[in-house]
Design a protein around this ligand. Sequence first.
Ligand code: ADP
Length: 354
Amino acid sequence: MAEHAFAQTDNSGANEESLRMVSATPIGNEPVSDEELRPHVLDGFIGQPTLKAQLQLFLDAARKREVPPDHILLAGPPGLGKTTLAMIVANELGVPIRVTSGPAIQHAGDLASILSSLDAGEVLFIDEIHRLPRAAEELLYIAMEDFRVDVMVGKGPGATSIPLTLPRFTVIGATTREGMLPSPLRARFGFTAHLDFYPKEELEKLIERSASVLGVNLSAGAAAQLAMRSRGTPRIANRLLRRVRDWAVVHDLDTVSPDDVCEALALYQIDIEGLDRLDIAVLNAIVRHFNGGPVGLNNLSAMVGEESETVETVCEPYLVREGFLIRTPKGRVATAKAWEHLGLKPQDDVSKLF
Ligand code: ADP
């Protein structure tokens, strides 16, 4: 069964992010409460059809050949199902999974001791693998390629390294920053999967599945209302569903209607596009105080009273992806969609600002 001894998530630069309802990284004790919502077999994993078909073939081949599969790299933004897929792979293969993460491994020796205790066929899941220290990375290349690890015995000039042969195992690496992985490490993976944001129809199915696990009755259209606000991210969808369940419990509702979803999430200041208070504050600042922009990051951050890093790494990626904001060399510019979302008519000359 899964061990979570070292499980950690990359929250670097995202302290504010971890306080937001629409954060893609886990908040509070969520990694624990998430467990009940994880599908355990590939069939239960919603969406990502191409990736699922590829992975199914890859696992079937390994099973037929009766050897552990090649190493797998899962890349994509937080909350899209990388950890879930790793658990599914181990479960489908009927092997145990050991869970660790780049930041949890501080020295090469930490990794050496994990590697040297792996059983044949075991899956080693390394979350945020791009954050492994350099020395551990180098040790991992060799272990992945030659199934060998050099264990250092002693210290200083008298230290010797003893080569240890490892049984065949499978590394599953997960990363939110594939570009930061050194190419020799990337090259050790026989299968790389890129997870993408989920379209609304897939999120709707996911929400319906989670609702049945949690025992929440959603009436027609309620899952769609939740999906619209979930920023393409299963983790956010599940979190919003739990808050809607709170609403249903407190209001003694047997069934949750689309209006209940709207009311419950309005309480958390999450609007129909999944924008929260901070996103709206950023758009308001650009549109109302800077006439649509362009405005520099520092001015913008001062106006909304947040660290510039928070605005840049937490708000902007989603606003840019959804077409509310454009980053130009002169600064941030609000698009016509942003003006309209705030109930305003876009400025006639807004196009001149690009
Ligand atoms: P990541 O490791 O990419 O940050 P996780 O695998 O922890 O994301 O997924 C976050 C939550 O979303 C999990 O609780 C899981 O139940 C759910 N989830 C993610 N992807 C799917 C999916 N495709 N189908 C069903 N549930 C999913």
